[in-house]
Design a protein around this ligand. Sequence first.
Ligand SMILES: Cc1cc2nc3c(=O)[nH]c(=O)nc-3n(C[C@H](O)[C@H](O)[C@H](O)COP(=O)(O)OP(=O)(O)OC[C@H]3O[C@@H](n4cnc5c(N)ncnc54)[C@H](O)[C@@H]3O)c2cc1C
Length: 715
Amino acid sequence: MRGHDAAFTKLLARRGLIGLTWPEPLGGSDAGNVERLVVTEELLRVGAPVAAHWIADRQIGPAILRYGSPELQQEFLPRIAAGDVTFCLGMSESESGSDLAAVRTKAVRDEDTFRITGRKIWTSHAHRSTHAYVLARTGGGERKHEGLSEFVVDLSSPGVEIRPIPDLAGEHHFNETIFDDVVVPERHLIGEAGNGWRQVTEQLAFERGGIERVLSSYPLLARILDGGAASVDENDPGPDLAELGRLVARLSTLRAMAHAVAVAMDTGEAPTHRAALLKHLGTTFEGEVVEHARHALGRSPDPAAAGFEGLLASGLVTGPGATLRGGTTEVLLTIIGRQELSAKPPRDDAAGAEDLRGLMDAALGSLERPEVGRPDAPAKMSAAWDMAVELGWTGVGVDESAGGSGGSIRDLSVVAAALARHGRSAPVVTTAVAGGVLAAAGQDFDGSVPVAVAVGTGVRLETRGETVVLNGRLPRVPWAQLAQVALVRAAGPGGAVLVRVPLDAPGVSVTAGANLAGEPRDTLELVDVSVPAASIVGGRQETEGLRGLVAVLHCVGIVGALEAATASAREHVLTREQFGKPLASFQAVAHHIARMAADVAAAKVAVDEALAEVEAQRPGWKAVAGSIMASRAATTVAKTAHQTVGAMGITQEHELHISTLRLWAWRDEIAGERSLAERLGGAATAAGEAGTWAWVVQETDELGATVASPWEEEQ
Ligand SMILES: Cc1cc2nc3c(=O)[nH]c(=O)nc-3n(C[C@H](O)[C@H](O)[C@H](O)COP(=O)(O)OP(=O)(O)OC[C@H]3O[C@@H](n4cnc5c(N)ncnc54)[C@H](O)[C@@H]3O)c2cc1C
């Protein structure tokens, strides 16, 4: 990102890779923002020197395209796309940093020109650029946001002076750029005079929503994944695989978020909210990559060295800039918080899912609230179960011809999320997924009979003629005490299989237990339990598939509980007053809400990718990444929600505990977050950078060759 190489920029231009999204007659390629994402991420991935064209390609070209006159477009866009014109950004001033609208630089109309006078600061690469974008004041107005205008200024004009400001490493990219009565032709005004604030805030969506907010420290991660920069000390244990796995899960999620921003831009949106979320989450990630790199290979930063040590030195000294440039983290959290606390907070539900969500919310909202102070964790079936049976939710995703209610796994995920959002516990999801397995095996399914799914390891199977005999013990099986049947994973001579076991069969015993939220988590013991061989309803593939499916739907439930926790916190800060005003009006409190929203958004995206895998009947590494992200958000959101709601939130009288007790319980119930993270870290290092990257950008769903499926367990 800091490498400024005009010759490299020209080379890219000759290949048509600058101004990709602009129309062909203006030097572009008529491509979309998704294509531009692919080009930019490939450049950043290898650490290409992109600074010369970056600002013009990313934001000034699009701003001119959106608001500039046809003459301005004709004059500049083809020359930017050819690499002949390069831009620096003249927004900040010494008195105007985060408060961008406070700019003082003046542009005074003089016949068919403007005369610009003022001082811009932190103008990166101004000394190497041909032109500057300048935000200046052309008029008064009661509010400081009024009377701003945007200009293109030729830096070779008389009256421009550029003063270098060395950064903390002694490098020169910052400048103060001084404009002393610089004459700018009227045709170099971008858009309308006085409309600058509206225009510049849209431009900021381009500045904030790109993958460069995720990848600026990626070359370090790439070298760790390649193991090329192996530890100097052979006794060094190497990277912490669980930490590495978590970073890879985050990378995959952030890339999906950047993709969503690009798609939104292609539909003509200026996705300011999503861009702010991405910049906040992405720049935090970049910093943590550098921290991981400090310890990963036992190597020290060395500014004079090439390779890993040099990159580490660069990552450390440029790190603080990532959470400042383009809008500081605090400013972004303020933007996010304001939107989240508005009357209509933004929500990204998949198309079609919204209707079903609305129906479920209406139905579940009509039930009486769970008894105050007690999670809705019954010693008998809850009202939610009765409602689910009556409305056919226990058969969602199961073919109607097999006794189900039809619909897809995606529909079942809406059911899982809604139950969690409303703090309802019942074996609805386990019954429905078991129904899918039974239906596929041609067996009867009755949605009014609760089914437990016991897919942990610990049960062995032997075949004796026409019967199979099961022995083993499975702790913490959800809903076994209330279920009539269980689908049990058992290890036989030919590998793992799924067996349908009636829970009243001789030799079956269930010892009741509970998780932190009071939901049944029981020990299932099988001693010489004999069932007909026809009770085997699935082989290895179905077993792995079911493990993945259950884990992903569990994560969908976590997302529902995350939404409930954030909604409780939001409601609290909007209604409770301290110091004479609602808590929401305090910035520190609004930032809590924003941080929660960001973590929930990331978990949602990751779980959505996981769902796509289970829909394709191939729960794999995205499902693992989704589980890691959901578990991570469960921890951060529950903590922040309690901090936000204060003492009331840690009582049984406030509803917050209904979701946070579940979050604390559920985050540890998915195969174990640490073990999944270690697996993902191990698979990523086995796949190397190229293999991991191909998986991140979904060119392949394979990741390393060490494990056939991440959901396969050794017995
Ligand atoms: C590497 C780098 C490159 C840059 N390149 C350019 C460039 O090319 N062109 C350009 O115009 N600018 C550039 N900038 C400037 C950048 O946009 C500003 O640094 C940024 O807007 C913050 O302004 P500031 O540094 O004056 O900090 P300040 O606004 O003074 O903020 C200092 C601290 O106070 C916090 N703060 C400020 N106001 C609030 C508030 N209302 N609520 C809560 N916290 C607040 C901030 O978050 C920050 O933590 C660059 C900056 C960096 C670091």
